[in-house]
Design a protein around this ligand. Structure first.
Ligand code: ZN
Ligand code: ZN
Length: 178
């Protein structure tokens, strides 16, 4: 280009230099846009094939990137994931603290109620060991692992011996005396 400009004198020489510079700037901007499209697509799209397709479209100088910006997903993947986690956490909170109804009278009760405050019927049994409310079909207490088939007196004795082994040796529990 400079050799071509040299034939027509200094003015043309400078003009062709400026044109060359403009082309270089445009190519740099175009390459930057291609990279930007690729990086942006990676943050918004899960499918590698679609990311590749978006990058391919952006190879059409400038127009490709504009088209990509029109059709790209509106949200970042990270935001979508964060929101779905928040929804999950909210659902767990609702399940934990939400109210249930009494199976006998449909009164609003909470999950850990032992007895319905309206019809006074038994809803859950307290654990013999730790006192936490247990559903009738649970085989063990999920809080303290006490087997629910075990005699309450035996459980009390086990707890006592776990706390202070010497106490049970000195004073045997009342059930042994019977
Ligand atoms: Zn009830
Ligand atoms: Zn328990």
């Amino acid at each position: 280009m400079t050799a071509f400009g040299g034939i027509f004198g200094i003015h043309n020489h400078a003009a062709s230099d400026a044109a060359g510079l403009a082309v270089i700037v445009l190519v740099i901007i175009w390459l930057a846009l291609v990279y930007w499209t690729f990086a942006d697509a990676r943050r918004r799209i899960d499918e590698p094939i679609l990311i590749g397709f978006a990058t391919l479209v952006s190879l059409v100088p400038f127009i490709g990137t504009i088209i990509y910006m029109i059709v790209r997903p509106p949200e970042y993947l990270a935001d979508v994931r964060e929101r779905s986690l928040e929804i999950q956490a909210a659902e767990v909170r609702i399940a934990q603290f939400g109210t249930h109804t009494c199976p006998h009278c449909d009164y609003d009760v909470q999950q850990d109620f032992l007895r319905c405050p309206n019809c006074l019927r038994r809803l859950r049994e307290p654990c013999v060991s730790c006192g936490k409310p247990l559903a009738s079909d649970w085989k063990i207490c999920p809080y303290c692992e006490t087997d629910r088939g075990i005699d309450p007196a035996l459980v009390r004795r086990q707890r006592r011996s776990r706390r202070d082994p010497q106490e049970t040796m000195v004073a045997p529990p009342p059930s042994d005396l019977i």
